[in-house]
Design a protein around this ligand. Structure first.
Ligand code: SER
Length: 326
């Protein structure tokens, strides 16, 4: 009989994706069945008060063991990671958290005979030699950032655990994720989030990539569905495990600014590229996610127009209440 996902742990639960994924998982599987874990940052009240919370350090195996035993964990969404821009400033930390963290999670999963593990990858797995447009599922993976190196190695490691130990590990290559609850922590695609907050607050934004920089992106509700649907998918249908391309839209920084201007006509955007331009230039313009569509029914709901309308509605209301949180 297939093992069940009863006691779920989320690592990186205080982060951009984790904070919202934890709440979504609690709604679906029950508040007490989803343990949120973070490293140092205090969780917001919604996260802290809706279910259990513990501090761990994923690069220290014993801290994982302690909570896995205490809560009898059988399923992990492993979201803690150092993102691309912070990773370039501190490559050692990026390797330690992303590689040793993932290794420790996989080892804990084997040790405790766990049901299923989710480990996300990223468009950062690609590099300048990868075809830029409609990037295929199977392609050249030669990233030039430490974050990207850890993502490729992580995909390979996860697939190794599937084949070698029969562990059920799944993951997708997320594009830039846009959301309003928790700000991203030091990635290259952060401009696509910051621009909305600045547009609402100051009616202007200085973007750290060039106007014509085009990247694949996704709105948070689709990001959450991708994780949850992939984890719920029938294993026998999967031909891939840890490296599914997923995308929802692609736009340039200039097109994003133009879409915001439709709602806030006085909004202006300037472009002052910094070190993150080179990282953005090494990532695809758009992705082919047909494997995810075929193997587990992936289908995004939000395009640029729908996302922008929703983001601006929420942020404008919060700003009027003095509650923008930015
Ligand atoms: N959004 C991430 C970053 O920019 C990519 O996975 O680092």
């Amino acid at each position: 009989m297939a093992k069940e996902m009863k006691n779920i742990m989320v690592t990186g639960a205080v982060g951009q994706i984790g904070s919202e994924l934890t709440v979504a998982l609690r709604k679906k599987y029950g508040n007490d069945n989803v343990l949120a874990t973070g490293h140092r940052t205090e969780p917001k009240p919604e996260l802290r008060d809706s279910g259990p919370f513990e501090f761990i350090n994923v690069s220290k195996r014993e801290t994982i063991e302690e909570v896995v035993k205490k809560y009898n964990i059988d399923t992990i969404y492993h979201l803690s990671a150092i993102l691309s821009a912070v990773g370039e400033k501190n490559p050692k930390l990026c390797w330690d958290v992303n590689m040793n963290g993932t290794y420790n999670i996989l080892e804990a999963a084997i040790e405790h005979d766990m049901t299923r593990i989710f480990v996300p990858s990223s468009i950062a797995a690609f590099g300048p030699e990868t075809p830029l447009d409609n990037t295929p599922q199977e392609t050249i993976l030669r990233p030039k950032t430490m974050y990207g190196v850890t993502k490729v190695a992580g995909e390979l490691l996860c697939d190794y655990y599937v084949k070698r130990f029969g562990l059920d590990v799944r993951g997708c290559r997320y594009p830039g994720i846009i959301s309003y609850e928790t700000l991203p922590g030091g990635g290259t695609t952060d401009y696509a989030v910051a621009i909305y907050f600045e547009a609402v607050k100051n009616k202007k934004y200085t973007c750290f990539v060039k106007e014509d920089t085009r990247l694949p992106m996704m709105y948070m509700p689709d990001c959450l569905n991708a994780a949850i649907d992939l984890m719920e998918a029938d294993l026998s249908r999967l031909k891939h495990y840890s490296d599914f391309n997923v995308t929802a839209m692609s736009f340039s920084a200039g097109e994003l600014a133009a879409e915001i201007k439709k709602h806030i006509p006085e909004f202006t955007c300037e472009y002052e590229p910094d070190f993150r331009q080179e990282i953005a230039d090494s990532w695809p313009n758009s992705l082919d996610d047909s494997a995810a569509r075929e193997e587990w029914g992936w289908e995004p709901s939000y395009d640029l127009a729908a996302m922008t309308a929703d983001m601006l509605e929420v942020l404008t209301k919060r700003h009027a209440e003095g509650n923008l949180g930015y």
